[in-house]
Design a protein around this ligand. Structure first.
Ligand code: ADP
Ligand code: ADP
Length: 229
């Protein structure tokens, strides 16, 4: 069953200095439940624009995004997001970062903490609940961001180069961690990367975008075996 449908979505940016830029042109994409879709393409091909539109952080110039058959108009707890640059709140502890969305929803404090600690354990950070983001390595900050995204129990995870700023070894560890979580939590993932190896390793499906003029070039199902397992 499709959880996400991107229907003829376009996005043109207008800036005084650069004029019009077509970032996306008539893009169609259907994502089935439990798919791990990687979106691969060179820098500037429109990957982030597509993800931001699915997230509800940007509006298409044309077309429509449907999540569970309903049009997406704004960000929501049904889509958990993880970006390349750590987007943790620096003034909150790791635990309170993970609790953030739960508190917004008015969940009782005890329940927030129980749920958050469960997700911190899943990403191996149960001992770091009281730390502040700046006391953690980049990999640990991304694990916190992942725990925060998961805590809201979203229908989909939207990830934009989430491991792009990490060193090689940490990146491989994070890839394994995410695949483990994807399998155990049965999440649907949309994962943007410009790294071919990462796209093929992570994706059950690899969608390739071409640079000009921002559209999907091919869509491959990857026979799913993890070469490093
Ligand atoms: P990618 O994620 O593949 O690197 P982006 O989606 O960030 O690509 O960008 C696609 C194109 O749209 C690029 O030419 C980029 O410069 C342009 N673009 C993206 N965001 C904006 C914006 N806010 N204003 C103007 N142009 C933008
Ligand atoms: P990525 O390559 O990861 O997509 P970028 O560095 O292209 O990220 O973009 C980072 C931010 O800058 C995004 O919010 C994007 O919308 C904005 N942006 C990208 N290109 C332009 C542009 N040409 N003019 C204005 N804003 C832009």
């Amino acid at each position: 069953m499709n959880i996400l449908s991107v229907r003829g979505v376009s996005r043109t940016f207008h800036t005084p200095t650069q004029g019009s830029t077509v970032a996306l042109q008539a893009t169609d994409l259907d994502v089935a439940e439990n798919d791990f879709v990687t979106i691969l393409g060179p820098s500037g091909c429109g990957k982030s624009t597509l993800l931001r539109i699915v997230a509800g952080l940007d509006e298409p110039s044309g077309g429509q995004v449907l999540l569970d058959g309903k049009p997406v108009t704004a960000p929501g707890a049904d889509r958990g997001m993880v970006f390349q640059s750590y987007t943790l709140f620096p003034w909150l502890t790791v635990l309170d970062n993970v609790c953030f969305g739960l508190r917004e929803r008015g969940m009782a404090r005890g329940q927030q903490i129980e749920l958050a600690q469960g997700f911190l354990a899943k990403v191996g950070l149960q001992k770091f609940a009281k730390h502040f983001p700046k006391q953690l390595s980049g990999g640990m900050q991304q694990r916190t961001a992942l725990a925060r995204a998961l805590a809201n129990q979203p229908r989909m995870l939207l990830m934009d180069e989430p491991f792009g700023a990490l060193d090689h070894q940490t990146r491989e560890l994070m890839q394994e961690l995410l695949l483990g979580i994807w399998e155990s939590e049965r999440k649907t993932v949309l994962f943007v990367t410009h790294d071919i190896d990462e796209a093929i390793f992570m994706g059950s499906r690899v969608v390739v975008m071409s640079a000009r003029p921002g559209r999907i070039k091919s869509d491959l199902a990857v026979p799913f075996e993890h070469p490093r397992h």
